[in-house]
Design a protein around this ligand. Structure first.
Ligand code: TRP
Length: 368
């Protein structure tokens, strides 16, 4: 395979210059959404590996409703096959998938406007993996920075064929539904480059036999500008660290979790993310859930100490999430409705996937 600009982009997708370009491009896209949202189809994927927490909410979930309400067609993939890329079993997958559907609806995704679906229910999407695998090299997959990072995170577990090739599966997620917008954190940029590269190579190899336009659209990253919320110990918020506030927690459970949050000995509360990460993270949580600035909240607490800070954060978080949690509770109690939403989303995803696979068969001269 000859080296192309796209291949170089893949190799360099995490360097500073490339990141700066992605950020600049994301800003342009934001402006285009303002002008003509209908030109975009957004796809995002989430692994159903546990309970969603405030890190997920402020990192991505909150933006789903915003994007949907700006008029961009919104597709949300519950990436159930991706669960087995980095772990051996699926865990209580059914509960987790339904719980994720409930979370998605509770945060404001409207199933009339948006499509919520799972990998395992869309055969044509998974079938794209096969021609796509022929368009990548093993060396390229081994070089993928995200695959490397995932492998390291699995603590000595041998690399499975699926882990090595999951960027290709993720490319199928994005390309089957003709998404041209993928909101990602910068760790996922190499996957997006891989998807673009596959789309480009498919065209090159099989031509444009179907229509005048390429079989696949070229997806672009929408880099999130959200401030990342840390866990209650000041480290990355994650279930395995036991430092999360989950969407599904009650107000009391939230109060208990925040009471245990790490702070420091200085009674005067100030917003200083570099020197006081734990205190500043609590201020950030209060800010995100109240619409006021962290500095303002800090000034108000003054020398009230960590106790006052925690009280303010608890109230603010619980007030903000009360309606979301109430809606979530209603949804969880109605499994039939959650299944109905999923079935409708899966039907829509299958329609689009079947059409794409037809185009692929035509391009490959395999339509008998
Ligand atoms: N890999 C993503 C993650 O771990 C989830 C995902 C699966 C995804 N398919 C996707 C994200 C397609 C964006 C587009 O978070």
């Amino acid at each position: 395979m000859t080296s192309t600009a796209a291949e170089e982009a893949l190799a360099n997708s995490t360097d500073d210059a490339s990141l700066a370009r992605s950020i600049a491009r994301s800003q342009e896209i934001e402006e285009q959404i303002q002008i003509n949202p209908a030109q975009f189809r957004m796809l995002t994927g989430v692994r159903p590996t546990g309970n969603m927490h405030l890190g997920h909410y402020f990192g991505t979930m909150k933006s789903w409703q915003e994007i949907q309400d700006r008029g961009v067609e919104t597709w949300i993939l519950v990436a159930d096959y991706q669960v087995i890329t980095d772990r051996d079993g699926v865990g209580p997958i059914r509960e987790r998938v339904l719980s994720l559907v409930a979370d998605t609806l509770a945060v404001g995704v409207d199933p009339e406007k948006s499509t919520i679906f799972t990998h395992s229910a869309v055969p044509a999407q998974n079938q794209l993996m096969l021609p796509f695998l022929s368009l990548v090299t093993e060396a390229e997959l081994h070089r993928n920075p995200t695959v490397k990072a995932e492998l390291e995170a699995t603590d000595g577990r041998a690399m499975s064929g699926l882990l090595l090739t999951y960027p290709v599966h993720q490319a199928a997620d994005i390309l089957f539904c003709q998404a041209n917008l993928v909101p990602v954190g910068k760790d996922q940029l190499p996957h997006l480059e891989q998807a673009r590269l596959i789309a480009q190579r498919f065209d090159k190899r099989y031509g444009r036999a179907v229509k005048e336009h390429p079989v696949f659209r070229r997806p672009e990253a929408l880099l999130s500008s959200a401030s990342s919320v840390l866990g209650l110990d000041g480290q990355k918020m994650s279930k395995s660290r036991g430092n999360t506030i989950e969407l599904r927690m009650t107000a009391d459970e939230t109060a208990k979790a925040i009471k245990k949050a790490k702070t420091d000995a200085d009674r005067v509360i100030t917003y200083d993310p570099v020197n006081r990460p734990e205190v500043s993270n609590l201020l950030l949580l209060a800010s995100l859930t109240s619409g006021r600035t962290p500095e303002e909240i800090a000034a108000e607490i003054g020398d009230g100490g960590a106790g006052t800070l925690k009280k303010v954060v608890t109230e603010s978080v619980n007030d903000y999430f009360a309606p979301i949690r109430a809606r979530r509770e209603e949804l969880v109690a109605n499994e039939d409705y959650l299944l109905e939403v999923l079935h409708a989303g899966n039907a829509r995803a299958n329609d689009v996937a079947n059409r794409t696979l037809d185009d692929v068969r035509t391009a490959m001269h395999m339509n008998y």
